[in-house]
Design a protein around this ligand. Sequence first.
Ligand SMILES: [Zn+2]
Length: 352
Amino acid sequence: MQLKTILNRVAKQSGFVFGTIELALLTATTMQILVQLSERKGSRAICSGCHAKRPGYDRLPLRSFQFVPLWNIPVSFFYAPRRVDCPACGVLVELLPWATGKSPMTTSFAWFIASWAKVLSWTETARRFSVSPQVVFDAVKHAVDWGRAHQNLDGIRSLGVDELSWKKGQKYLTVVYQVDHHHKRLLWIGRFFDWLGAERCKLIEFVASDTWAAFLGTVARKACGAVHVVDRFHVMQLFSKAIDQVRRDEARKLRDRGDHVTLKRTRWVLLKRKHNLTDHQSGRLRQLLRVKLRTVRAYLLKEDFHAFWSYVSPHWAGRFLDSWTRDALRSRMPAFATLARTLRELRPLLLN
Ligand SMILES: [Zn+2]
């Protein structure tokens, strides 16, 4: 069987035919398969502007397009694109079915590299297929662009928003998920609302996010019709921070007085929910609760607050929130006073 037969089977290009195929020996060990392409006799070129068949104008120099490797030997298509004289668009390069724009890659090769870049690191992909990192980047970009252009954004009603830190926490990315019933998917990283468009933003009904001030502002501006919910996980994270603070301060004071034992290894005992504790941790918690400590009061305040999430009626949830924040403000623990003030600011969002 000839290579041409295989190519015609896997990569037939309508309006074009495969010509000479040769194996070029670049060095003793590196080879390249060169495939000549030419237009089918008598066929007219397609204008890349309006996609209509147009008369030819002239021909550009020979260009190469990298194709999927065979037996790990790089394969390149060679073709000299025609220019068309289009009454609608002027003189333009013809549309090629195997590549887009000025890309030196065939579309098949871009998909091939992009699919490997999903399972290997980009560097490893570049090494395995002897291409530059730029080629891998372009291939992935091609796949992502295609995905975005074909993504169906209709009918999104609920969003979940989070930040992802990278470069050791120095940079943040906004990550947006669709969290509708039976439908959870990553939608976007970065400036989301601009991309979604004003019309679709109006249709958003629920947004769950953390308490990050910048994002609260954005949601208020862009998705004005939406009910913004600050989600439980992120709120409870604020509690963990406050408890950590109280525990650290108190542990330091105890250590200064020579007590190294009381608060030792209690961090997770205090942060985890009761039913998630190991037997050993439960025992530790019981011991701890007998001691009169600020840390214990902080813990009990946190455990109390979990009741907030069981309210169905915004009215009673509000009453609970007010009474809880009052207690927290009186607790003489600065970390909890700060937390109480934050929760008061978030009150309208928490009650949504
Ligand atoms: Zn045209």
